[in-house]
Design a protein around this ligand. Structure first.
Ligand SMILES: [Cu+2]
Length: 473
């Protein structure tokens, strides 16, 4: 054994003995579970009136510390990465004034939101540098974990990667009556992967194979912190988990082999809780679940794992189990949550077919719907207002694609001809279409007419034209 070998052997032994794992990015390096989880700041309205809460989001460049001792320049809503959380109430209007203080074009999309097309953040509805736009959200929809993010034409991947995403949490009186964990025990988690250059700056590219596979970072951040730890009490917690990554699909599990109790999906609560050992979550999807840390030993660590990851991407964050500090756990998971009335397939007046395939686009091969790259002057579907439609997505590629449809919430009818699992029986706006597989969804186009988009939520696919357009008439 040479001197160098011996040194690395000792180092490796020390790291193993201490239970530490080092994550490496270029030369920028950090130790797993060495930084505490942060919660995104809560945004206060600038004013309120009888019907509406008004918020300001200034999109600006900011310098933050993600890697110890190094500065990282990000783009943030109000300079925050991730953006500040907006809390909204059902049927109470929110108006967000977004001011573009960057030197690039921006658009703002409220993912999962149901609103007039003029506020949906269509990729061509651009706010140019130095200007602002007011986005009005009626919130006339079921409460859910929504999120806002940039959606500018061809630039969504770049803009979101640099930090332009945040939570928008919608609740109502009914949800308040449920005895679920709340307050400090209800935690939003956005999981995003990033790669850092040696100087701490963000590394991103969307050329070559990245254009086809999507960009995958080699470090996983939760709420902007690389592999954080969080002290939890021996009691139940509710987590609103968002996959805010550009392209990475996760399969979450708990290291103590306990189960997640899923209570909600993209568009709100499920009819009833569902026990799951693992949860696959693709970009744009959200899952709402409860973990009971009373099942974990005092002083133990529970790791939120990613079964689809390797080394630094296999461990998302660590929970350090502490005694209860604030009395007994009065929360519980009710046997029924919010009734989801399934939409019968027989009520659909139109069925539309979309194939997912590869075509030659500008500058090389690109993914598309129906062999047609996105064209802002082409409308791919014209649903009638109040119509119920079935949309069929047939994936002819060798990759999984998470399909996101704007404007309304959908229900999955079947995946590869099989009825969905219990956790997929709720409301969905983003769903993973298996490689060579088929997903059928059903939805009603209510309340608003106008133009919206649907696209793959692998943001590099979206930017390279895997997007279509529909106009509700
Ligand atoms: Cu895709």
């Amino acid at each position: 054994m040479t001197k160098t070998d011996r040194r690395s052997f000792v180092k490796a032994g020390l790291a193993a003995g201490l239970g530490l794992a080092c994550a490496r990015s270029g030369n920028a390096q950090t130790t797993a579970f060495s930084q505490q989880l942060r919660l995104p700041p809560l945004l206060s309205p600038t004013s309120v009136d009888a019907t509406t809460d008004y918020y300001n989001l200034s999109v600006q460049q900011a310098v933050t510390q993600i890697l110890p001792g190094l500065n990282t320049t990000i783009w943030g809503y109000n300079g925050s990465f991730p953006g500040p959380t907006i809390k909204a109430r059902r049927n109470r209007r929110v108006v967000v004034r977004k001011t573009n203080n960057l030197s690039t074009n921006l658009s703002l999309h409220l993912h999962g939101g149901h609103m007039p097309a003029t506020s949906d953040g269509h990729p061509t509805d651009i706010v140019t540098p130095g200007n602002f736009k007011d986005y009005a959200y009626p919130n006339e929809q079921l409460p859910a974990t929504l999120w806002y993010h940039d959606h500018a034409m061809d630039m969504t991947g770049t803009n979101v990667y640099k930090g332009l995403a945040g939570f928008y949490i919608l609740t109502d009186d009914f949800e308040d009556t449920l005895p679920l964990p709340l307050g400090r025990y209800e935690i939003p988690l956005v999981v995003q992967d990033r790669t850092f250059n040696a100087d701490g700056s963000l590394f991103y590219n969307n050329a070559g194979m990245t254009r086809m596979n999507g960009f995958m970072g080699d470090q996983i951040l939760t709420n902007g912190v690389i592999q954080p730890y969080h002290y939890v009490e021996r009691r139940k917690y509710r987590f609103r988990l968002l996959n805010g990554s550009n392209a990475r699909i996760y399969e979450f599990a708990l290291s103590n082999n306990r189960q997640f109790t899923q209570i909600g999906s993209d568009g709100g609560l499920l009819s009833a809780p569902v026990q799951r050992s693992t949860i696959v979550l693709s970009p744009g999807e959200r899952v709402d679940f409860v973990v009971d840390f009373a099942e974990a030993n005092l002083g133990s660590n529970v790791i939120l794992q990613n079964l689809r990851g390797t080394s630094a991407t296999a461990e998302i964050m660590q929970f350090r189990v502490m005694p209860r500090r604030y009395g007994k756990d009065n929360s519980r998971i009710p046997a029924t949550l919010r009734q989801v009335d399934r939409i019968p397939a027989s009520t659909a007046s139109v069925t539309r077919d979309f194939t997912l395939n590869i075509v030659m686009g500008m500058g090389g091969p690109t993914f598309s719907f129906n062999n047609q790259p996105f064209n802002p002057t082409r409308i791919d579907a014209n649903p009638q207002l109040n119509a119920t439609e079935i949309w069929v997505f047939r994936n002819q590629t060798q990759m999984e694609h998470p399909i996101h449809i704007h404007d309304i919430q959908w229900q999955i009818l079947d995946i590869n001809g099989n009825p969905p699992s219990a956790w997929d029986m709720g409301w969905k706006d983003t769903f993973l279409v298996p490689s060579q597989g088929t997903v059928r969804v059903i939805g009603r186009f209510v309340n608003y007419t106008g133009g919206y988009v649907f696209h793959c939520h692998i943001l590099e696919h979206e930017d390279f034209a895997m997007m279509g357009q529909f106009r509700v008439i």
